[in-house]
Structures are given as structure tokens and as C-alpha cells.
Design a protein around this ligand. Structure first.
Ligand code: APR
Length: 233
């Protein structure tokens, strides 16, 4: 691997697994007995808003009881010490990267701890339930929804992600199955750009063959080890 100046990291549910947050596909695509299609789509929200709001109220409350694990803390240490470019793109909607101290974090699938007003379009920090349809803090309309990107919706800030990739010398994917695009396609963009690519995942993923190097093991062990390596270069 040549000189590394700018790094783009993609994280998925696997980095939060050891914090006690279920991944999506290891549970057979069920979220607490709900099929993903029944809750994480605009159609589901239009059909049964209470079901969807109750589901996300439960998830929003659950993540607030979880704690970052050594993998989150290792990336926060990298963020604090890395003098070059760094962007931690996460598919996760938990706030464990930020709670571990990472700053250069981009939530491409939104965040549990935000509510999006479909009247005034403002996104507000939100920790409580939405089931009672509380008023938007800005426009008072009772039209808040979870600020989570649902299937069929466009992930956030893709332009920034591709721009960071064009400047990167290294792309690292951590804890993702490579099942959902456009996140799963980033390793191919990296390869097309001639960037070094590394995967850290519990098991081989759908994208493993695209990585120059793929290491299997728990994030809590592999991520601190990799951060130590890259800081020592
Ligand atoms: N350490 C590292 N990797 C792990 C660990 C662990 N302790 N435990 C599980 N993994 C790996 C699994 O092997 C799997 O490859 O994490 C990956 C989790 O994959 P998914 O459950 O598919 O989660 P993710 O890839 O983040 O899903 C992407 O799909 O459901 C949508 O929007 C949702 O952001 C999500 C997207």
C-alpha cells in the first residue's frame, strides 16, 4: 500500500453488533419480528403510520441504552490523530460513532435521533417518541417522521461521499454485508479510481472479492488493530 493521506471508511451494522444492536440480515431480515418491508418504506408509513412510528420509537429508545464498543473508539482515536483527510460514512442510524468521539461522520441512511418535518422540511434532534405526533419544533405542524432513509428513498449526501472517494488513497469497509446499494457499490467506485481497498468483517461479504485485502473477525478486535497499524505508518 502506497502513502496514505486521505481515507474513506464505510461502516455497517456489524460495527455496532458488539454494542448489542442487532444487524439486519443475521436476524433473517427481521427487526424485532417486523419484516423490513413492513416498516422501512414510505408505503408502509402511508399505510400504517402508527406501526412504523411505534417501531422507530422502540429502536430510538433502544439505542440510547447501548454503548460504543472498542471499534467505535478506535475510529474516534483515528479521527482525532489522523492529520490527513478522513470521512467515516456510516449506514448505521445509531449514534455510537459520535458518542465514541468521532467527528468526521456522515450518516448516509439518516439517524434515529433526528425527526424530519414533512411540512417545513427541517430536521430536528429528537430523543423521545413520535407516536403522539408531537408538533415540529420549528413550524408546529404535527408532521414529524423518523429521519431514516427508507427503502426506495435516496441516501443522503452521496455527492460528498463520491467527492471524498475521488480524493482518497484508501477505502476501508467495516461490518457491512455489501447487500444494499449505493453503499455496496462504493468499493467498485474505489477500484475504478485505483484506490487501495480493505474489508474488515466478521465473515466474507457479498463484496469481499472486490477488496485488495479482506480480513475476517469481530470489529472490536480488527478495527483497533488496523487503526494501530495505520497510525504507525
Ligand atoms: N464484527 C464485524 N462484522 C460483523 C459483526 C462483528 N461483530 N457481526 C456481524 N458482522 C457483519 C456480518 O457478517 C454482516 O456482513 O456485519 C454485516 C452486517 O450486515 P447487514 O446486517 O446486512 O447490515 P448492513 O450491511 O449495515 O445493512 C446495510 O441495509 O437494511 C438496510 O438500511 C439498512 O443500513 C442498512 C443496510
Amino acid at each position: 500500500m502506497g502513502t496514505v493521506r486521505n481515507i474513506v471508511i464505510l461502516t455497517g451494522a456489524g460495527i455496532s453488533a458488539e454494542s448489542g444492536i442487532d444487524t439486519f440480515r443475521s436476524a433473517g431480515g427481521l427487526w424485532e419480528q417486523h419484516r423490513v418491508e413492513d416498516v422501512a418504506t414510505p408505503e408502509a408509513f402511508a399505510r400504517d403510520p402508527e406501526l412504523v412510528l411505534r417501531f422507530y420509537d422502540m429502536r430510538r429508545a433502544a439505542i440510547q441504552e447501548k454503548l460504543p464498543n472498542p471499534a467505535h473508539f478506535a475510529l474516534a482515536e483515528l479521527d482525532a490523530k489522523w492529520k490527513g483527510g478522513l470521512l467515516i460514512v456510516t449506514q448505521n442510524v445509531d449514534d455510537l460513532h459520535t458518542r465514541a468521539g468521532a467527528r468526521r461522520v456522515l450518516h448516509m441512511h439518516g439517524e434515529h435521533l433526528k425527526a424530519w418535518c414533512t411540512s417545513c422540511d427541517v430536521r430536528s434532534h429528537w430523543r423521545g417518541p413520535l407516536i403522539e405526533r408531537p408538533p415540529c419544533p420549528v413550524c408546529q405542524a404535527r408532521t414529524l417522521r423518523p429521519d431514516v432513509v427508507w427503502f426506495g428513498e435516496i441516501p443522503y449526501r452521496m455527492g460528498e461521499i463520491y467527492a471524498a472517494l475521488r480524493e482518497a488513497d484508501l477505502f476501508v469497509s467495516i461490518g457491512t454485508s455489501g447487500a444494499v446499494y449505493p453503499a455496496a457499490g462504493l468499493v467498485r467506485n474505489a477500484r475504478d479510481l485505483g484506490i487501495a481497498t480493505l474489508e474488515l468483517n466478521l465473515e466474507r461479504s457479498q463484496g469481499s472479492d472486490w477488496f485488495h485485502e479482506s480480513r475476517q473477525g469481530p470489529a472490536s478486535a480488527l478495527v483497533p488493530q488496523w487503526v494501530e497499524e495505520i497510525l504507525a505508518k
